[in-house]
Design a binder for this molecule. Structure first.
Ligand code: XUL
Length: 521
């Protein structure tokens, strides 16, 4: 019974999904939460406290320890890792890990010492900037200027220079800690760092995640020497190579075989970013369907026939792990923002859904929220601000029903506005992520886009995509065969748009856009 493991190293947790391709079933779905399972790291949502609200870092040792907990907990619960025939992975995008040695230089790790203790002395930077960080505006300007302008940066890399992308983050490290930068032998993404830990080689970066660095030339799929030069000195020597998403990077390191029972020789496939993995996990690797992923960040993405770019600079082009390209737009105020509103009124998720579906109607009686509890990526808002417009009870946070609908309508309207640049209009939209289970949230998205929404049975499409990539790579299993079994939408929960809502949202979209523009001024 061939089984394949997909691991998702995300902002708030590390999860593993195991698929059995003969049985056509998921045989393991387990998660380690940084807040509840690793409270000693003081990062309940995976992010370390920092006095500067624009700085968002995590502790890479927390990720290492969570990986071990995942393997250890499943084994204690009786799961047999020796059945695994291939391992793929997914990492939160853009985050960087700084090492004073190449991971390939490490001697055999001792199974009697924790991995975190063995990795600690290898770090040349104790913390890792992650995708939520927006502290690098100056570095973005410097990189764009050195490269000849953002028009060139976007043509070359698929995105303008953006605060959370790895290149600007690396430049800031070089500027603020030049001695530590000098001592840095390797800079990995979260994805390639995790793949390196498992395989004991310096794992490459794939074009799916590599395109989120402002360093990869999209046409050649190699590091772009002009972008490297514009970013930091000596960067070419510090980056791992770029290789295809389906490349085998190595075999499971003896440390994991001895300690947790993996077979020696188990292939480790190149890891990719969480959004490229989700594209695979949703079975959406060909143009024509769009995916909305509702997680810590909300994202909107789709496979692209040709790599067009966003004239407003918000959207990105990444490598599609199944070949070609994908679009991506990222919204930072995702699940934590929905939670803020829900917690304010002590609503359960069922109450939250009922508030939307039975307590309010499309358009929310004119009540409208700008829900920027955190600084925002799309649209760009560096000074977080929450604004309420409409009826007095709503504006005084006294109307739970209107507040629940307002936050979700604002999120969906933002997605609609900022996805208009993508060439292919989706035939339908697939939704994934924790909040895709919520009927009220699903209905608002279907209504705002005027499109049918379909859901999968698996909430964590990034981990599933990583497992599917492991099954596809080198195993002669076609994508379509895998998608038919593992990524078939659940027909029972297809959501049709309410025909009366279209006119309401057509009218509301420009009002919302103008209020956001006023906030940005
Ligand atoms: C994508 C992005 C986020 C992270 C979340 O560009 O920044 O979706 O990948 O893990």
């Amino acid at each position: 019974m061939p089984q394949f493991l997909g691991i998702d190293a995300s902002t708030q947790s590390i999860s593993g999904i195991v698929i059995d391709t003969d049985a056509g079933s998921i045989v393991l779905d387990e998660s380690i939460n940084f807040g509840s399972d690793l409270p000693q790291y003081n990062a309940p949502t995976g992010v370390l406290d920092n006095p500067d609200p624009l700085v968002k870092h995590s502790n890479p040792l927390m990720w290492v320890e969570a990986l071990e907990q995942l393997f250890g907990r499943c084994r204690s619960n009786g799961f047999d890792w020796s059945a695994i025939r291939g391992i793929g992975g997914s990492g939160q995008q853009h985050g960087t890990v700084y090492l004073n040695t190449s991971l390939a230089d490490t001697a055999a790790w001792s199974p009697s010492v924790s991995l975190a203790d063995q990795v600690r002395p290898m770090l040349s930077r104790a913390t890792s900037p992650i995708w939520m960080d927006s502290s690098t505006s100056a570095e973005c300007d410097e990189i764009a200027a050195a490269a000849g302008g953002n028009d060139i940066v976007v043509q070359t890399t698929g995105s303008i220079a953006i605060e959370r992308f790895s290149g600007p983050q690396i430049r800031r490290f070089w500027k603020t800690a030049p001695a530590a930068y000098e001592m840095t032998a390797r800079i990995h993404l979260v994805s390639s760092f995790m793949a390196s830990l498992l395989s004991g080689v310096d794992a490459p970066i794939d074009p799916g995640d590599g395109a989120g660095m402002n360093l990869l030339n999209l046409t050649s799929s190699e590091w772009d020497s002009a972008m490297l030069e514009a970013t930091a000195p000596g960067l070419a020597d510090r980056l791992p190579p770029v290789r295809s998403s389906s490349a085998q990077v190595g075999e499971m390191k003896p440390y994991f075989c001895d300690k947790y029972g993996f077979n020696s020789g188990t292939p480790v496939i190149a890891w990719s970013g969480d959004n490229p993995n989700s594209l695979v996990g949703m079975g959406a690797v060909s143009p024509g369907v769009a995916v909305i992923s509702l997680g810590t960040s909300d994202t909107f993405f789709a496979a692209m026939g040709r790599p067009t770019t966003d004239p407003n600079g918000y959207g990105h082009v990444f490598g599609n792990p199944a070949g070609g390209f994908m679009s991506l737009i990222c919204f930072k105020n995702g699940s934590l923002t929905r939670d803020e509103v829900r917690n304010r009124f002590s609503l359960s998720w069922d109450n939250f859904s009922d508030a939307i579906l039975t307590g309010t109607a499309p358009g929310n009686n004119g009540n409208l929220m700008l829900p920027y509890f955190e600084s925002e990526i799309t649209p760009r808002i560096l000074n977080p601000s929450v604004r309420l417009f409409g009826e007095p009870a709503f504006m005084e946070w006294q109307d739970a029903n209107a507040a629940a609908r307002a936050v979700v309508e604002a999120q969906a309207l933002t997605m609609r506005l900022h996805s208009e640049w993508i060439d292919e209009r989706p035939r339908h939209i697939l939704v994934t992520g924790g909040a895709s289970r919520n009927p009220g949230i699903r209905q608002v998205i279907a209504d705002v886009f005027g499109a049918e929404l379909q859901c999968l049975n698996v909430a964590n499409s990034a981990a599933l995509g990583a497992a599917l990539r492991a099954a596809h790579a080198g195993n002669d299993i076609e994508w379509e065969a895998l998608f038919d079994v593992f990524a078939a939408p659940d027909r029972d929960i297809a959501v049709r748009p309410n025909p009366d809502a279209a006119a309401v949202y057509d009218g509301m979209t420009p009002i919302f856009r103008d209020k956001v523009a006023a906030l940005q001024e």
